[in-house]
Design a protein around this ligand. Sequence first.
Ligand code: PEP
Ligand code: CO
Length: 461
Amino acid sequence: MSDTLKTNLKSITPARDWSRDSWQKFEALQQAKYDDGEALADAQARLATLPPLVTSWEILNLKEQIAEAQAGKRFFLQGGDCAEVFDECAPEIITNRLKVLLQMSLVMVHGMEMPVVRVGRFAGQYAKPRSDDFEVRGDVRLPSYRGDIVNAPAFEAEARRPDPERMIKAYARSAMSMNFVRALVDGGFADLHHPEYWDLGWVEHSPLAEQFHRIADSIGHSVRFMETVTGQTPGSVRRVDFFTSHEALHLHYEQALTRQVPRQWGWFNLSTHFPWIGMRTAAADGAHVEMFRGIRNPIGIKVGPGMSADWLKSLIRTLNPDDEPGRLVLIHRMGAGKVADTLPSLIEAVKATGSPVLWIADPMHGNTEKTESGYKTRRFANIQAELEQAFDIHAACGSRLGGVHLELTGENVTECIGGARELGEHDLKRAYKTTVDPRLNYEQALELSMLIVAKHQRLRG
Ligand code: PEP
Ligand code: CO
């Protein structure tokens, strides 16, 4: 651990008047309404006895990496599905997602000449906020689908009934995904000597694949050069850190995995390294903020166009009262048409607090639209435009955009329009698979990482 962080940790005090169920005294938005309170309590009690999914050491290690990113020494890459689903807890899907994130991070490390913090939106991304509690089709009115941790998407009464057993299933799927990711990473999947392990079959002939291979070859040469010169292989060449994250929306689930650990003070949410608060549940006096206030994990806050400077400042005061480095990541998601108007005053307000934050951009959620044929989609051009503006706005305000938050998949889906292959509206029906939001496919994600690097290089001059 770095000396600065060690010193800083000493001055951090535990949250006062907080317990892991104190959130229940506050208004909790976006929660499932279970019809059987006993079954809920029983599932929650069983969950609370199961092993944690991550450890406090990993969490504190991530916090340190975020503190370094805040200091401009790392770039933060967070990505994965909008919503994981139980049926897709499958080896190819997990490896393909890992491959995309690894490739993107390699492009960034190479082009930005700095290490990347890799955070997956996976191993727990099972709860979704919805704009309405109910969905109506014809004369039928059923509870909305709130993610596989709550109910199932089929529009049938039984499928939509919130079932607390699904919390245990979500925990088990998270553990299986986590186990596989850990084994892959530890077993050499992320070895920089073998970037060919990360190739995705379906893009063999893509022009981007060629560009990626040139980058991978150049890194391979550098690695071999260093090994020849030093006569050693640094451990970090053979394995990379991977962290997990999800929207910590379902508070009964999060409570069951919030624990104390031996030889550490305070509480940790051990369901994930990096939980974030969604835009719809970020009320300063709401249950989610109360829950997050008492845990020691680094945390993300989604910052939408409706957030005022005062609201954001009060979140910072409540969630990081001691100005701890590495604690807060602000994820703005304004939309390409709104970012120029909404972001600068928030950046200035945060700067005025003097509290350290890492600003990252989510260029996905403010750019969702519906096509005439009824598909929820996002245009690559808008995603790119929001990102590029965000880089410029931060630079103009004397701040820094330190990372990105993306919805992506390693599958060959057609959910977002545009990109190098110029997917059009007519392509959407070909492979539209998401149950919630449209994701970048592999090629679009890799292309975006190259554009991010190019923008970063232009800014650096
Ligand atoms: C999400 O990240 O999937 C999401 C729902 O985002 P937001 O809270 O920013 O709308
Ligand atoms: Co989403």
